[in-house]
Design a protein around this ligand. Structure first.
Ligand code: FA5
Length: 341
C-alpha cells in the first residue's frame, strides 16, 4: 500500500468522525474504524505486501493514522459534551432562582444508637469490643458451650439451619469460645450482634433480635465479682439507679447461672404488655463460665475462671425509648424510625 493510499484512508476516517452528530453516531464510527474489522485496524494487515525494507516506515505510518483517528474521536466527544452543557444552559426553562430540592438525610437506627453508647461505656471500662460472624457452626454455637447434640437446652434455641449444616447463631455466646481462643487472659470483652431464633413472635419476642455478650476471664473470679459487675454495668448503661433482681437461671455454659431482671421502665412495675403484667422484664442471663467451656476453649479451669453475661439489646432499646412492641424495631417503618433522629 502506497503512502498516498494511507492518506486517503486517513482523510476518509477523519471525515467520518467529523460527520457524527451525536454520541451514538460517534460510537458507530469508532467501531467502523477501530473495531476488530474496522478500516483503520485492517491497515496493519497490508504489511505483508510491503517490501521488507519499507515495513518499518509503513508500520509507523499506520500508527500515525490510528493515533490521528483516536485523537479525532476524543476531540469530537469533548465537543459533543460541551455542546450538551451549553444547550442546557441556553434552555430558557431552566430557572436558577427556583429553590433546590433538599436531599433527605438518614438517621441513625435506635439500636445502633444504643449499641454505640454501650460500646463507648465498655471501652471506657477497659473492655475489647469484638465482632463475630452471624453464620456459625454447631461446635461454637452449641457443643463448645457444653450443649451436646442430645442436650434438652437445644430445644430452647429453635435454630435456622443452612443446607450444609451451618446455622444462624442463636445467641452471641459462641463469641465466648472465639474470644478465649484468640485473646491472652486476663481480658474482658463485649461482642454485640444480631441473633436468630425460629420462634413465634409477639410484643416481646422477635425471630431476629440483638444481644450483647460480655466476658471476663481472670484468676480467682467469684459470684461476688459477677454480682458487683452486673450492678456497675447496669447503672452505667442506664445512667440511673435501677431496681434489678437476680434469680437462679439455667444455662449449660455457666455454673452457677442467673437470670437478671430489671423492673419494667415502661409501667414502673405496675404491669403492662411488655412485662407480661409481671412488673419485671428479663434482661440478661449471666453466670460463672463453666469449667467445660473453659476447657473447650483451651484454658485450664484450675488457673482461669470468668463470668459471662448475655444481654437482650433489643429489649434494652424498648426500655430506654418506651417502645411497647419489639416488632417495631426491625420493622423498617420510616415513620417509626424518624422519631429517633
Ligand atoms: C442466652 O441467649 C444466653 N446465651 C445468655 C447468656 C450469656 C447466659 C452468657 C449466661 C451467660 P437467653 O435465651 O435467655 O440466653 O437470651 C438472653 C436475652 O436475650 C434474654 O434475657 C432476653 O432479653 C433476650 N431474648 C431472648 N429471646 C428473645 C426474643 N425472641 N426476642 C427478643 N429478645 C430475646
Amino acid at each position: 500500500m502506497e503512502q498516498s493510499q494511507l492518506e486517503e484512508v486517513k482523510s476518509a476516517a477523519l471525515a467520518q468522525v467529523m460527520a457524527a452528530e451525536d454520541e451514538s453516531a460517534l460510537r458507530d464510527a469508532e467501531v467502523a474504524l477501530l473495531g476488530k474489522k474496522g478500516t483503520v485496524s485492517l491497515l496493519s494487515r497490508g504489511i505483508s505486501q510491503v517490501p521488507p525494507k519499507e515495513r518499518g516506515a509503513f508500520g509507523r505510518a499506520v500508527n500515525d493514522v490510528k493515533k490521528a483517528v483516536v485523537e479525532a474521536l476524543t476531540h469530537a466527544r469533548e465537543g459533543l459534551r460541551e455542546a450538551a452543557i451549553q444547550s442546557e444552559l441556553d434552555d430558557r426553562s431552566f430557572d436558577v432562582t427556583l429553590p433546590g430540592i433538599r436531599p433527605t438525610g438518614g438517621t441513625m437506627h435506635p439500636l445502633s444508637q444504643v449499641q454505640e453508647r454501650l460500646e463507648e461505656t465498655f471501652i471506657a471500662m477497659g473492655y475489647h469490643v469484638l465482632d463475630y460472624l452471624e453464620v456459625e457452626d454447631e461446635f461454637h454455637n452449641f457443643e463448645a458451650l457444653n450443649i451436646p447434640a442430645d442436650h434438652p437446652a437445644r430445644d430452647m434455641h429453635d435454630t435456622f439451619w443452612t443446607k450444609d449444616r451451618l446455622l444462624l447463631r442463636t445467641h452471641t455466646s459462641p463469641g465466648q469460645i472465639r474470644a478465649m481462643r484468640t485473646l491472652e487472659p486476663p481480658f474482658r470483652a463485649v461482642f454485640p450482634g444480631k441473633v436468630f431464633r425460629y420462634e413465634a413472635i409477639d410484643a416481646s419476642h422477635e425471630h431476629t433480635f440483638h444481644q450483647l455478650e460480655g466476658l471476663m476471664i481472670d484468676r480467682h473470679v467469684s459470684v461476688a465479682h459477677l454480682n458487683s459487675s452486673m450492678q456497675i454495668m447496669l447503672s452505667q448503661i442506664f445512667g440511673q439507679e435501677l431496681t434489678i433482681r437476680l434469680r437462679p437461671g439455667y444455662f449449660p455454659f455457666v455454673e452457677p447461672g442467673f437470670e437478671c431482671d430489671v423492673q419494667c421502665m415502661i409501667c414502673g412495675g405496675a404491669g403492662c404488655r411488655v412485662c407480661k403484667h409481671s412488673g419485671w422484664v428479663e434482661f440478661l442471663g449471666c453466670g460463672l463460665v463453666h469449667p467445660n467451656v473453659l476447657r473447650s476453649a483451651g484454658l485450664d479451669p484450675d488457673e482461669w475462671q470468668g463470668w459471662a453475661f448475655g444481654l437482650g439489646l433489643s429489649r434494652l432499646v424498648m426500655m430506654q425509648y418506651g417502645i411497647d412492641d419489639i416488632r417495631h424495631i426491625m420493622g423498617g417503618d420510616l415513620r417509626f424510625l424518624r422519631q429517633f433522629a
